[in-house]
Design a protein around this ligand. Structure first.
Ligand code: ADE
Length: 248
């Protein structure tokens, strides 16, 4: 899968995506990057890519023309126009389901905004789909773009090794992951839950499911409401509720 990123800070993106699992995936050819500096496409004498907004107001806007030129150059050799994402706090929330969906694309183009935003006509001409990574405002679109590239890449076949592969992980079936422990068995007086040392795989699996249910209910009631509970889950939660009623 190819990620084309249009940005004013290409070094930031290159650095952020070249290490660890994504660096390895790029070396092995599972993903590739085409990182373009929008400033290279301005025809303005002083290299400006921004201007004041019509109608007044604070801040500067990225102009449409350098973005369109950059886009046309980046997509000239592609067999079909890629989906275009514009990262912005005004976008719809990017989720794990979106990561899976975008991983099926051959090429994905991400436009990073800066300053106070982008001339709306650039977004219209590119058919850009606005996405946000959360309800907070960052100084630019580079970090959100990297977050999305990372989440999408993990879903591209071959990027994760079997060991890293995230079949049983947070958000699968709307459940958060259960707590995990590694050596030593006792650390600063805290013991590993005995069931994990029992060697009984069925019991371990059941304990993990129960812990995932409890954790999700406590930390993310919004996700918990979407979990499909099986018979054993309901029995466990019922017993749990009775126990806490007895305690209070
Ligand atoms: N640009 C600035 N803040 C952002 C956010 N939260 N998500 C996506 N793009 C952004």
């Amino acid at each position: 899968m190819r990620f084309t990123v249009l940005t004013l800070f290409p070094d930031m993106i290159r650095q952020g995506l070249s290490t660890s699992i994504l660096g390895r995936a790029e070396e092995r050819g599972f993903i590739s990057f085409d990182i373009r500096n929008i400033r290279d496409y301005t025809t303005e004498r002083h290299g400006h890519v921004d201007d004041a907004p019509y109608g007044g107001g604070a801040g500067m806007l990225m102009q449409a023309d350098p973005i369109l030129r950059c886009y046309r150059s980046a997509t000239a050799d592609l067999p079909k126009a890629p989906r275009v994402i514009y990262v912005t706090p005004q976008g719809r929330q990017f989720t794990q389901a979106d990561a899976k969906m975008f991983a099926a694309e051959e090429t994905l183009l991400i436009l990073c905004g800066h300053y106070e935003g982008v001339d709306e006509r650039a977004l219209e001409l590119l058919g850009a789909e606005p996405y946000s990574i959360g309800d907070y405002v960052l100084t630019g679109g580079e970090l959100p773009a990297m977050v999305m590239v990372d989440a999408i890449s993990r879903m591209v076949p071959g990027v994760l090794s079997n060991q890293e592969s995230g079949e049983i992980e947070s958000f699968e079936g709307n459940l958060l992951e259960y707590p995990q422990y590694t050596r030593p068995e006792v650390y600063e007086g805290l013991c590993v839950p005995p069931v994990l040392l029992s060697g009984d795989h069925k019991k371990v699996a059941q304990w993990r499911r129960e812990q995932a249910l409890l954790r999700t209910r406590e930390r993310r009631p919004d996700l918990f409401a979407k979990v499909e509970l099986n018979k054993a889950d309901r029995k466990f939660l019922q017993a749990q509720a009775e126990r806490s009623a007895d305690e209070s």
